[in-house]
Design a protein around this ligand. Structure first.
Ligand SMILES: C[S@@+](CC[C@H](N)C(=O)[O-])C[C@H]1O[C@@H](n2cnc3c(N)ncnc32)[C@H](O)[C@@H]1O
Length: 313
């Protein structure tokens, strides 16, 4: 944190335990985000950032302000953007992508053959689109030559800012630096280089170079808002593959269990749900079997009804 930020944070008003609880409950109820008991400093800092902007002197007044009837959704969205963690990366959890590309995709393709089919992928909590485009790249890499198969990839998130970035499909050098070279080289275009071809300025500093996901990979991809904890409309069709990784960080165990159940119910029989390792601790699932993919937490939907139970808090 910069010195200036630290100073202004130090000037933030005191928050009582009672106020903290009130804010946590409100945020859970309105946004479906669970702020843990130990994160008072985090919450104070984020609220104070918004309050300074609005020149509201204390948490109680901001609470009343945000609850006012005439307050439209914009203020809630501003606050939400400050509370979510949108950190992401292409091919972030490599063992999951290894399992997807080496086992799952060939198996699904074989099961569908020779029918013409669209394989459906859902990236839940897609942030700025890195996971969504990674799925599109994985499909093209493994099955792009199979003329009987197409892909449809949907990315959903609660951050409008992240969704806007995702739709642009442009990434900085730092954002693509750690992804496997082969995917960057095959499926992205260095914007500095293509501009140079058209006689425009050449960007010499590689940190300024932007990378754009190629059209072919963007084509099957759509993005939209979807709050996993408050699913208002549920028009997402059944999927072949769902990725939901690093989204449960702020979820209570009850919300995790509900989300896992919702996601499993959105799988076709034989479809796969990839979570992040350790994200289903204390949760027992029936109606889906745990796969043995190395270092990966992945369920395969069976034909039975799905039941999700909390076994340990
Ligand atoms: C840490 S990022 C993970 C991004 C990506 N899945 C990955 O693994 O790299 C978490 C994302 O989940 C989104 N998120 C948080 N709570 C959510 C909810 N209730 N419903 C949907 N998305 C949510 C956040 O906005 C953020 O973009």
């Amino acid at each position: 944190m910069k010195q200036q930020d630290t100073d202004s944070y130090d000037k933030s008003p005191q928050m009582s335990d009672e106020e903290y609880l009130r804010w946590r409950n409100l945020i859970q109820e309105r946004m479906g985000l669970c702020i843990r008991e130990t994160r008072m400093d985090f919450l104070k800092r984020r609220l104070w950032e918004r309050m300074r902007y609005l020149t509201i002197p204390n948490y109680r007044d901001y609470y009343e302000f945000i609850l006012r009837k005439d307050q439209n959704r914009t203020e809630w969205q501003h606050l939400l953007e400050l509370l979510v963690n949108c950190q992401s990366a292409f091919f972030r959890h490599l063992p999951s992508y290894d399992a997807l590309m080496n086992t799952v995709l060939p198996e699904i393709a074989k099961n569908y053959f020779p029918q013409k089919q669209t394989l459906s992928f859902w990236s839940v909590g897609c942030s700025r689109g890195q996971e969504t485009y990674s799925l599109s790249m994985a499909f093209h890499h493994i099955l792009g030559q199979n003329t009987h198969l197409n892909a449809s990839v949907i990315g959903t998130d609660i951050s409008f800012r992240a969704l806007e970035r995702a739709r642009k499909a442009e990434y900085s050098f730092l954002e693509v630096r750690d992804m496997p070279d082969i995917f960057r080289e095959k499926y992205m275009t260095e914007l500095g280089k293509s501009d140079a071809k058209e006689g425009k300025s050449i960007l010499l500093n590689k940190h300024l170079v932007k990378y754009r996901v190629n059209e072919q990979l963007r084509k099957p991809v759509t993005f939209r808002f979807f709050n996993l904890n408050l699913p208002k409309t549920d028009d997402i069709p059944l999927q072949d593959i769902i990725f939901c990784q690093n989204v449960f960080i702020y979820f209570s165990i009850e919300d995790r269990a509900k989300s896992i159940s919702l996601l499993l119910k959105h799988l076709k029989p034989g479809g796969y749900l990839f979570l992040g390792p350790g994200e289903a601790v204390g949760i027992k699932v029936s109606g889906a079997t745990l796969t043995h993919f190395k270092d990966t937490l992945c369920y395969k939907r069976t034909r039975e009804e799905v039941h999700v139970q909390i076994t340990q808090r």
